[in-house]
Design a protein around this ligand. Structure first.
Ligand SMILES: NC(=O)c1ccc[n+]([C@@H]2O[C@H](COP(=O)([O-])OP(=O)(O)OC[C@H]3O[C@@H](n4cnc5c(N)ncnc54)[C@H](O)[C@@H]3O)[C@@H](O)[C@H]2O)c1
Length: 276
């Protein structure tokens, strides 16, 4: 895979799943990598694999909810490599629970990581991306940033917010003639640890949720997801749909408008374990 030789890319949540696959694919295409995660074991594995490819790597513990640390980190990445071209705001968590039984603190936690983590990363890196003269912000939303389903209100809120933030930002960069491209990424079910690591409202069985996700919903490998995302980045796409499930469901949502809710609720009710 070509196209990123000489570029410096920062990837959050790079210790697992899509983030790890993105880092590896970027390295194979010639980029230097700044990888971060709170999962230090996974991060060390990614670092080792990047070095085996021969990539330049800077590896750091970074919690994307810690705004000041994120800002310092972006400055350090710039200092280390001399420039930064791309930020992949990928770190995220899953959460399942109906609204009436979900604690405020759980909704806030999901927003903190899945939405504010993206805002923190975007704002920390944007001055450096502008200064690079060839920047790209890649924000990972979800298929659930395009359609909502029962049991996912917190996650849907964060992912819809990421989409709105990213789509406005893309237009701003164009209008302001800044040299920064912006892409919103919407994966369907990807075979990662996300559901196994996911949180649930009290009383909701996390094991049952992840079993259904792993067996029935996750269909695309992280490597394939990374290839699709980087293809979209290379083509400067505004929106990247990852996986056939995302492509088909996005189409149904666009055709039916709000009608998709009536179509999907009974189907989801049949395949998903209870979220209350
Ligand atoms: N797997 C899917 O089906 C799927 C679908 C749509 C969207 N996504 C999104 O893709 C992104 C990557 O998810 P994944 O599937 O690779 O999951 P994953 O659990 O395999 O990887 C996510 C990584 O993010 C890290 N992380 C979590 N909280 C963090 C924090 N506060 N600060 C820094 N790092 C943190 C985790 O430690 C983990 O290494 C997430 O934003 C997720 O919402 C995934």
């Amino acid at each position: 895979m070509e196209g990123f030789a000489g570029k410096v890319a920062a990837v959050t949540g790079a210790g697992s799943g899509i983030g790890q696959a993105l880092a590896l694919e970027l390295a194979r295409s010639g980029a230097s990598l700044a990888i971060s995660d709170v999962n230090l074991e996974g991060l060390a594995e990614t670092e080792e694999r990047l070095k085996a490819i021969g990539a330049q790597v800077k590896s750091d513990r970074l919690d994307v909810t810690e705004r000041e640390a994120f800002q310092l980190y972006a400055d350090q990445v710039k200092e280390h490599f001399g420039k930064v071209n791309q930020i992949y705001n990928n770190a995220g968590i899953a959460f399942t629970g109906d609204v009436d039984i979900t604690a405020f603190k759980d909704i806030e936690r999901v927003m903190d990581i899945d939405f504010w983590g993206v805002v923190n990363g975007t704002k920390a890196f944007i001055p450096h991306l502008i200064a690079s003269g060839d920047g790209h912000i890649v924000n990972v939303s979800s298929l659930f940033g395009l359609m909502a389903i029962p049991g996912q209100a917190a996650y849907n809120s964060a992912k819809f917010a990421v989409r709105g933030f990213t789509e406005a930002l893309r237009q701003e960069m164009v209008l302001n003639r800044e040299p920064v491209k912006v892409t919103s990424v919407h994966p369907g079910g990807i075979k990662t640890a996300i559901a196994r690591n996911g949180l649930t409202a009290e009383g909701v069985d996390p094991g049952a949720q992840s079993k259904v996700f792993d067996k029935r919903l996750a269909s695309t490998t992280p490597q394939r997801a990374a290839e699709i995302i980087l293809d979209g980045v290379r083509k400067n796409k505004a929106r990247v749909l990852v996986g056939q499930d995302a492509v088909v469901l996005d189409l149904i949502v666009r055709i039916t408008g709000s009608g998709y809710q009536r179509l999907f609720a009974p189907v989801i009710g049949r395949i998903k374990p209870p979220s209350r």
